[in-house]
Write a protein that binds this ligand. Sequence first.
Ligand SMILES: Cc1cc2nc3c(=O)[nH]c(=O)nc-3n(C[C@H](O)[C@H](O)[C@H](O)COP(=O)(O)OP(=O)(O)OC[C@H]3O[C@@H](n4cnc5c(N)ncnc54)[C@H](O)[C@@H]3O)c2cc1C
Length: 488
Amino acid sequence: MERNVTSVEHYTPILIVGTGISGLAVAYYLSKNNIKYTITTKKSAPKQSNSFLAAANTRVPSENDINNIINLTINKCGADRSVIETLYRNSNMVINFFEELGISYEKTSFGIMPECLIKSQGGKKLINCLLQHIEQPLCNKILIDLEKSDDGIIALFYDIQLDQFIRIYTNYLVLATGGYAGQFNYNDNSPGSTGETLILAKKIGARLKGMSTVMSHPWSIYNGRQILLGGVVSLSQGKIVDEEGIQLLKDEYICDAIARDDYHEMIDEILHFELDCIKQKKDMYLDMSHADETILNERFKKYGFSTKVVKNKRIKITPTMHYSSGGIEINANAEVINLNRVFATGEAQFNGDLGMGRIPGQAFAAGIVFGKLIADKIANEGVFNTQCPITFKDPPEPMQLYSKENNDFPIEEFQKKLSTLMVDLIAPDSSVVSLSLHKREIQESQNIILSSVRGSGKRYEDILTLFFGYFVALEIIEDLEEKAFGIG
Ligand SMILES: Cc1cc2nc3c(=O)[nH]c(=O)nc-3n(C[C@H](O)[C@H](O)[C@H](O)COP(=O)(O)OP(=O)(O)OC[C@H]3O[C@@H](n4cnc5c(N)ncnc54)[C@H](O)[C@@H]3O)c2cc1C
């Protein structure tokens, strides 16, 4: 690391990292209690979060349904009982939250969502509203290292815009940093969802769980950025074809189910088929040749397809990573297991292998409910000590990747390879032999990165994403090994 990189130091009693629903909810409830805090995010606008992209359909089960949903989440998804009981028994907090913020909402089949002209913009509405009620977030700061001290945590950030490092000392740390689906080439997440803070939490003693469960969606368009609704997919009558129009999906049963828009229970089988196509380097298209052009036009309008595409009656599709279930293990107060005064909330926490049938709307409910519980816990406990420890240990590995002189290592190429490898890992046929091979491959790439890849600014950000991406892949392998052999 070069000596001319300034390192600024700050103290804050409470540090919230992340400005999605979960970070903003903690900030909102702390502000309500007049408690001082600092909130930071990695990108130029607090808007860059998965929460901003969501419809914010938020699960609030009726009294009669609470036990059912708790049991389903525990039995089907392996969630921790105390965490999931806390979430759903407090889910009426969600209604108070919307009402306090003056956000009008409509009832949905399983909860509520903000009333909006364009339904998919509920998250945007909620985030914009929350930003009016909280301390202004510090933007462009990527959390790249964590260190424990006697009374708190030292967090090291890289400021992309100012091109400098900042050390923030805090008594309470809240990790609201979302998931890691952004490490996959095809994903519909915000670009910041790359999972580095999960790796950092583990470095200081946290436990990660369920890291191999990433929820994918089978029908994405525009290279993963948008998902097709069932009503459009069913027009294909289940015909998935290759570039030449030859039918790839031959299973009549699945095709029929797709045609009836009744395939949701078969998502795993469909994804398995699609991943096989990807491995064989086959492009996939939904063939709509049976559909009436007027209906196609009508249903395609919202996706912005040209008339040429509609006339062609064929759309290129790919599965896309939508939600990562793996995360930091917490207790019912969202405190990180093994760590004092560190919390994890939102998609960063593990609350069930939800990939295997994610409970829709749970993500927003968890962000809001745990946001309040975290703020209440800190307000009641309030142990603050402004004395920042002055030890500046050796620069951590991520800092060693920094240099004002950028070199020309092909980061993007390595990133694509990493994503392909991770898709390979989460595809169910990963054998133990290939797991250990993949592990070696990853470790070799990590060594290359550490020994020869350097950069600053945006390039440094990309290097960091790749660097932490390899650790995420290793966590996926560790989880698969644990599931296969109970190694832990
Ligand atoms: C298209 C789409 C639609 C969805 N629809 C719904 C829905 O209707 N209902 C529902 O319940 N769920 C939905 N989900 C899932 C849900 O949106 C997310 O799980 C939830 O918003 C995650 O909130 P979060 O606050 O935990 O993380 P995010 O909203 O992802 O925010 C993470 C924040 O952390 C910051 N960050 C990450 N790493 C760092 C770092 N190293 N340093 C500094 N900052 C960092 C990011 O910049 C960002 O600000 C949807 C997801 C997608 C992608």
